[in-house]
Design a protein around this ligand. Structure first.
Ligand code: KG4
Ligand code: ZN
Length: 334
């Protein structure tokens, strides 16, 4: 079975080919247009997807040495994401399916982050996934393929959103997560004790207070500019520390509650080096096997959409041609 995966939920236009022999290609066209605005501008994102999608798909087919005529199934992100952006990918995928008379699979982007762990690896079920992206932070108990139980999630900002919003306060470019990660390597995580919210709750998260706390901490300094110049790396390290401590503590709670022997990280924030290190330590301490996707499969990509589509197609989980996109997870659950 040859699958073409298409991802367009946010600001990356991506396409990948996955076959019985594994991943054949993984192409990502990032949209630089948003940088000047310090965040993703939805209308500009849809237009950029529209411009690049055909070229991106063509490149994935070429690099995967799989002509369109050999594609058996098209797998596309159905949601959650920006409605206009999702529509571009979905309409394009439907067009391909209709013109070639092949089936369509609609993939939940958050599930795909989890199944990115299966691209190079075979995690054993049951496992707990800490799925941490720019829009979501979730602890998911995965008992079998596509059998998920949501243990808890964030009540406000996602972990990636916290990195990005705090980065904006610190004057760092968007997305700030990777920059804060990099600067943290040179800073002192004990420099300031930023709050770790909701430690009395087992599986839920809250990150919006952290960004307010960083804002007030900077306002309290006599010379904010000089202070930032002297201590940016330390602040980054302390922020990373606070975020990753909470994430790993809740992951530990989930291990204890479910009794799993396998854990996984997923989503853009799983690229974070401090989180990867702490998750490794937790795995060693609890005797769990830890799976983390390769860096290229942590942040948004189409390889994860293609492999999830492959696994869904194997189980006959096909979509109807009138499948609609969904912007948020509540629409799926209700
Ligand atoms: O999964 P993703 O690519 O897109 C969404 O589905 O949201 O995640 C993007 C998020 C951004 O907030 C970005 O700042 C964050 O992942 N991120 C990181 C790192 N790399 C990406 N956060 C912390 N450390 C990183 N190394
Ligand atoms: Zn994502």
């Amino acid at each position: 079975m040859n699958i073409l995966g298409i991802e367009s939920s946010c600001d990356e236009t991506a396409a990948a080919v996955y076959t019985d022999d594994g991943l054949q290609s993984n192409i990502i066209a990032s949209q630089a247009v948003h940088e000047q605005y310090g965040g993703v501008v939805p209308e500009l994102a849809s237009r950029a997807h529209h411009k690049t999608i055909w070229h991106t798909v063509q490149q994935a087919l070429d690099e995967g040495n799989t002509p369109l005529s050999d594609i058996d199934v098209v797998s596309v992100t159905q949601g959650p994401g920006l409605m206009g952006s999702l529509l571009v990918g979905l309409c394009f995928a439907k067009g391909l399916c209709l013109s070639r008379n092949i089936p369509l699979v609609g993939v939940n982007h958050m599930d795909a982050h989890i199944y990115a762990n299966f691209i190079d690896d075979q995690p054993e079920y049951p496992f707990v996934s800490l799925t941490v992206s720019g829009g979501h932070t979730q602890l998911v108990y995965v008992t079998a393929p596509f059998e998920h139980q949501l243990l808890g999630q964030t009540r406000d900002d996602a972990a990636g959103e916290a990195f990005d919003k705090i980065g904006k306060i610190l004057g760092l470019p968007y997305p700030a997560g990777p920059v804060i990660d990099e600067r943290s390597q040179y800073g002192d995580p004990d420099f300031h004790d930023f709050p770790q919210a909701m430690l009395d709750n087992d599986f839920e998260f809250s990150f919006s207070g952290l960004k307010t706390s960083v804002k007030y901490f900077l306002e309290d300094q006599d010379n904010r500019e000089q202070f930032l110049e002297d201590h940016l790396d330390d602040i980054c390290a302390s922020v990373s520390y606070a975020i990753t401590e909470v994430l790993v503590k809740k992951l530990r709670n989930a291990i204890e509650y479910t009794g799993v022997k396998t854990i996984a990280l997923a989503g853009g924030v799983s690229a974070n080096s401090m989180l990867r290190r702490k998750a490794n330590e937790l795995a060693l301490e609890t005797g769990c096997e830890l799976h983390i996707p390769k860096l290229a499969y942590c942040t948004d990509n189409a390889a994860m959409i293609a492999i999830t589509g492959y696994m869904m197609a194997q189980r006959g989980m096909y979509a109807q041609m009138d499948m609609k996109p969904f912007a948020n997870l509540k629409q799926v659950l209700s």
